[in-house]
Write a new protein. Structure first.
Length: 175
């Protein structure tokens, strides 16, 4: 039998997230001009900033492309943002090679079929509660939170707590 997801969290150095269905609830609001608006969770963003500030690699790989999403992620300190990604596996392979990251050090959170093949390559595949059944079936952890409603915060907070970095980050920030 393999390691539990909590044991796998000990070795995580890298978080990779999809956008639609993970950082958002999969909804898009369409304006009269055709612009697609997405809603992102502040607590997810706070946790992503905490991860970046604590030295974790944080990367976003998404098939969708939106300037507002890019600006939001850049404001959180995330520099590795791949939007409009035609091949998530190739981007993943190039990313881990460029930063000398081992696949078992990666937690990837995806929610739908385009995430399937890259999730099979990481140490800790995870998903929100409302992910597609195929994604749930290969995830080693299914968050009790849904996409865009705290699933990202859930996994980051758990990893940082397992590694004793969650309270250390906040204590250092406010001391």
């Amino acid at each position: 039998m393999g390691k539990s997801y909590k044991e796998l969290m000990n070795g995580i150095t890298t978080f990779i997230f999809d956008v639609d269905g993970v950082l958002t609830d999969s909804s898009v609001h369409v304006t009269s001009s055709g612009e697609l608006l997405r809603v992102m969770n502040i607590r997810d963003g706070y946790a992503m900033k905490a991860a970046v500030d604590s030295g974790y690699h944080v990367c976003v790989i998404s098939g969708g492309s939106n300037d507002g999403v890019r600006i939001r992620l850049e404001n959180l300190g995330i520099t590795e943002i791949y939007l409009g990604a035609p091949d998530k596996v190739a981007l993943f392979e190039n990313y881990i090679k460029a930063y000398n990251i081992q696949p078992e050090q990666v937690l990837y959170m995806g929610d739908d079929i385009p995430d399937y093949h890259v999730m099979q390559r990481v140490g800790l595949p995870t998903c929100p509660q409302d992910a597609a059944p195929e994604i749930k079936s290969i995830s080693k952890y299914v968050s009790h939170k849904t996409g865009g409603r705290g699933a990202v915060r859930d996994v980051i907070e758990q990893v940082m707590k397992v590694q004793h970095k969650w309270l250390k980050y906040f204590n250092a920030k406010y001391d």
